[in-house]
Write a protein that binds this ligand. Sequence first.
Ligand SMILES: Cc1ncc(COP(=O)(O)O)c(C=O)c1O
Length: 416
Amino acid sequence: MTASRTTSAPSVDRLAPWGFAAFVEANTHDTAYRPPVVDGPVGPTIVRGGRELVNFASISFLDLERHLPVRRYFAEGALAHGLSTSGSRMTQGICRPHHVLEQTIARHTGKERAISFATGLLANIGFVHAMSSAAHFDAGIEVRNRDTVFVVDRDVHWSIWKGLEGLGYGRNVHAFRHNDVTDLARILGRDRSRKTVVIAESLYSADGTMGPIVEILDACDRHGAISMIDDANGFMVYGPENRPYAREAAAIRERADFVMVSLSKAVGLEGGAIAGPAAAVDAFELLSGTSMFTAAIQPPTAYAAERTIDVLAGTPEIVDDYLAHAARLRRQMHEAGTPTLPTESYMLSVPIGNDAVALQMREWFVEDGYLVPVFSYPAVARNQALLRLFPHAGHTEEQLDGFLRTLATYRQRLGL
Ligand SMILES: Cc1ncc(COP(=O)(O)O)c(C=O)c1O
């Protein structure tokens, strides 16, 4: 018989040097670091801490379950392929739903091949890692890419910055001013590397602006740089001629070397992928690290994502209706005298300015039954706070009218 071990929780005092308790104490806004618990499915409304709020925070905004049997796809996928990949692509092989999903993503992004990751965040980190790795397995099996230079829009997603960490800011990593192609050209003009990668987003989640994609790709061509567009927020939304940003979407499809997509936005599920030239994407299996050393998308999710992407492409009215719905809300805001950032995207950013005022508004909104995300410092520059709304396809007119009235009241109260 073995003696039972007594265990005790490690002393909190030993964690004092990290300053966690002080960090949490100093945060006066209740919801910022202690997320409320959400019950039931999230959609046009959300139940948090037992209260129902009209939800402007949902990034899966198409209300797809109104149109497609997504849960049935998921159940079919679970029954046919199980709940887990139960092992890595290297040791076991790639599961059928992932294989079909990757082919589908390659087709819809216009690239030769795609590799999937458990999230878009892991896809971005893996991309940067793969493009800058040095690996030596055996004679002839090696890459030496520590000299890669990255030139990125200053406002790219955290995951890109995380991947770039440690690569040498000012040496192998440069940032250009947000959406500023002149600044990009200035940096590229000084760059003497043979291996330069430019990274920009299609649609920036921080401010809802669409990047100047065509001009960025022109600059890459002039300089001989490789391009990577993070299309997390544009995938399956932009593309067809009748929609905004058709020119940018065509350029991403036809001219970008690599594109990253997320399945947590329009597709309404979870996962991510990098699509690009076949030889590079094949090498990413080993070199990204975030494919080989971690779990994959769950098979039923991969299966449901593939079905959803194809149905979305074949039923353009789902996205067309949503974009019209978002444009209507934007127009109504303008008619009510509420400015939005000048962008035609489905994200609505309302400049507020003062950080404290924006955080106060967020609390008032919750009290009055609305969940409205606020982007304040450090997500954006100090005192350039924004309300950043995702209209949801399932919002009713009554909910939107109520929101517009409430917003107008706050603006009046604050003298905005
Ligand atoms: C521009 C951008 N890139 C990457 C990501 C990460 O994607 P995922 O949610 O699939 O991890 C997001 C999501 O917030 C995003 O907005």
